[in-house]
Design a binder for this molecule. Structure first.
Ligand SMILES: [Zn+2]
Length: 324
């Protein structure tokens, strides 16, 4: 154990952390715990980097490199229309629907969103540090795709829209990242950021078993107040957009309900993804319970997603950011 931990301040709102931490099960191995500081002001969580957190088998990098199984690919292609719905919501939130110009996605994955943007007339650029996703994105999109992070690229354009879709929570130096993003944002440009929302109904219900916590791959678990404070501290104007993300909602309910009913956590996910964690846990799973609980989980997933849609606060938080 490392006892010399610099507690420091919340990187989002600047408040001094107390020594209070919250234990969140490691996403890959729920018998291990990760520790997060709790900001007393904005209630966001920040990963406490110490020996316990670093010494685990499935690093965020490994997680990021896992490939989809065939079943997952079939599921994803059947629901691929949700990409289009999500794309429309993101572009609507940017207010640039009728003013298509340069669009950059940081962490573009396989390029689903960029492909749709390109089809609608945007000039697109993508950054994707994971090599396998980068190669798929290159095949999907005509625009420039870099196998890189933001720090290592010299941009020649200013962008009208910059998207960070469920990547911000994985990153560390958010202030530096925002400064660099600001420099490449057009004067009237818009940054759209999507993150899991710990002010959500799902987090209130499932707490540490919430699927979208993804500890310790997520350095930050953002509250709405925390992420808006960060933008304010970075001298950016920001507000939250109304945005119901169907996939974030459904996966949140489905896998978190499983975590409540059957251990180990995220077993269904590992089953679908055929991860190494699945092999390790095979002996510990009760298959009768595993099958019998599926109808219950599906029922409550439908009801829960409806609750998200109608009332919120929703599992996905979309932030619109502009120059001040
Ligand atoms: Zn804070």
């Amino acid at each position: 154990m490392n006892n010399k931990i610099d507690i420091g301040n919340c990187k989002l709102c600047g408040s001094l952390f107390s020594s209070d931490t919250i234990e969140i099960p490691d996403w890959f191995n729920s018998s291990k715990k990760c520790f997060y500081f709790i900001c007393p002001n904005c209630k966001s969580l920040e990963l406490k980097k110490d020996i316990e957190n670093i010494d685990y088998e499935d690093s965020p990098q490994n997680f990021a490199r896992k490939k989809d199984s065939k079943l997952v690919r079939v599921i994803k292609s059947t629901i691929s229309y949700t990409h289009k719905i999500n794309y429309n919501k993101i572009i609507n939130a940017s207010g640039k629907k009728k003013n298509k110009g340069q669009l950059l996605e940081i962490g573009c994955g396989r390029g689903h969103l960029l492909k749709l943007a390109e089809e609608e007339g945007w000039i697109v650029t993508g950054l994707e540090p994971q090599y396998s996703k980068y190669t798929e994105a290159k095949n999907n999109v005509n625009g420039e795709i870099y196998n890189s992070t933001l720090e290592s690229v010299n941009f020649t354009y200013k962008y009208d829209v910059i998207i960070l879709w469920h990547v911000f929570e994985h990153l560390e130096n958010l202030g530096e990242l925002l400064n660099k993003t600001k420099r490449i944002l057009a004067d009237d440009g818009v940054i759209i950021i999507g993150v899991p929302n710990i002010s959500s109904l799902q987090y209130k219900i499932f707490s540490n078993n919430w699927f979208h916590l993804c500890a310790p791959a997520h350095n930050f678990q953002f509250s709405q107040k925390g992420i808006l404070s960060l933008m304010n501290q970075s001298n950016m104007a920001s507000y939250t957009a109304k945005h119901f993300d169907l996939i974030v909602s459904i996966t949140g309910w489905f896998f978190s309900l499983q975590n409540l009913l059957i251990k180990p956590n995220n077993y269904y996910w590992h089953y679908l993804q055929k991860t190494a964690t699945l092999e390790k846990n095979k002996k510990n799973i009760n298959f009768v319970k595993f099958i019998l609980t599926i109808p219950i989980i599906i029922t409550f997933t439908v009801l829960g997603s409806l609750l998200d849609f109608l009332f919120g606060p929703r599992a996905n938080l979309t932030i619109v950011v502009k120059h001040n």
